[in-house]
Design a protein around this ligand. Structure first.
Ligand code: ADP
Length: 331
């Protein structure tokens, strides 16, 4: 069985300024997760027959009663070339930078068929500059990015691009860049949708019109999410809560998932899991720690590994990423 996963959001052009020169890259939080999800799922395929023998969660259902794939459904023999098809869903323009983004995504083995082109539009852009004392600062040009129109058609909205997927992955950034009426229409559409919803609140205050709106949308997404992937720092900032308050609230969410807690490692949401997580030895750059955790965790969970193994897989993936510079580490 091939499980079709849509990662939805904004892929941007990244300029890393180095003296007079600039290196051009491609980045975005949900794209980072798509890349690590695809990589980890591909790497894990060789272990799938082992997993199927180790009492995977056969018949496991998400909190809305939808079937999650069992280990027994994902043996090598049954899987064609991959048991997870990962697509990226966004809008790009018809300029050369949009072409570069599309090529980059395809080169990662991620499907691009659901990426819509809007003639005359262009993608968002950000530049990274490094001060003399090594601090990095980010400047964004993204307010007119094509990705903001991902669900817009003329004067209405259309979510049918999501219909053919089994799993939808969205973040607080994917939601923040949409106009408020589109966010509300999407939440409404999700209420009746049968897809497994994965959500990471990834709070970036500058992208929201105000904190109250961010809280309203995030609450609605947590109430619907089958797999919740909050991180403690973002939730503390978004809801003005203490660590203890966030932990209690996360543990009362309806779905399964993980509360990400930096070097401490994740706290299991749903099934209780008692295990410790080794910290990374040589932390160089924590960019994309949360995104890569999500990729590693989902690759394991969606291919039938038990929650404890999925948490460890997410942590192991993120622990590798923080030992390299940049969001996407070499394969
Ligand atoms: P975010 O980037 O969303 O703020 P975190 O910083 O909580 O996310 O990191 C996500 C996950 O990455 C953590 O739960 C942990 O598993 C792993 N991680 C983060 N920092 C480290 C580290 N220094 N050593 C090992 N793992 C880490």
């Amino acid at each position: 069985m091939t499980l079709r996963v849509a990662c939805i959001g904004e892929a941007m052009i990244e300029l890393s300024l180095q003296g007079e020169a600039a290196k051009v890259g491609v980045a975005g939080d949900t794209l980072n997760t798509a890349i690590y999800l695809k990589r980890c799922a591909t790497a894990g395929l060789s272990r799938a027959s082992e997993i199927s023998r180790s009492a995977g969660p056969a018949g496991q259902r998400d909190p809305h009663g939808r079937a999650l794939p069992s280990a027994q459904e994902t043996t090598v023999a049954e899987a064609p070339s991959s048991d997870l098809q990962v697509d990226y869903v966004t809008c790009l323009g018809d300029d050369p930078f949009s072409g570069q983004i599309r090529d980059f995504i395809a080169a990662q083995g991620i499907g691009t068929d659901a990426i819509r082109t809007i003639p005359g539009k262009s993608p968002g852009l950000y530049a990274i500059t490094t001060t003399e004392d090594g601090e990095r600062s980010f400047t964004y040009w993204r307010s007119a990015a094509a990705a903001r129109d991902v669900f817009q058609t003329g004067d209405g909205y259309d979510f049918s691009v999501l219909e053919s997927y089994d799993v939808l992955y969205l973040s607080g950034i994917s939601l923040a860049i949409l106009p408020q009426p589109v966010r509300l229409a999407l939440i409404d559409w999700l209420k009746d949708a049968s897809q497994t919803l994965v959500y990471d609140s990834n709070y970036r205050p500058r992208l929201w019109e105000d904190q109250a709106t961010a809280q309203q949308i995030t609450r609605a997404m947590w109430a619907r999410a089958d797999i919740a992937l909050p991180s403690i720092d973002d939730e503390m900032a978004l809801f003005d809560e203490t660590e203890a308050q966030v932990t209690a609230r996360a543990q009362s969410l309806p779905g399964t998932g993980a509360l990400k807690r930096g070097p401490t490692g994740p706290l299991s949401l749903g099934d209780p899991v008692a295990q410790s997580y080794p910290p990374a030895e040589n932390v160089i750059d924590t960019t994309a720690a949360g995104d890569s955790f999500n990729g590693g965790y989902l690759a394991a969970l969606l291919t039938g590994e038990p929650q404890a193994a999925a948490l460890m897989a997410g942590h192991a993936c993120a622990a590798r990423v923080v030992q390299h510079r940049g969001a996407i580490i070499p394969e």
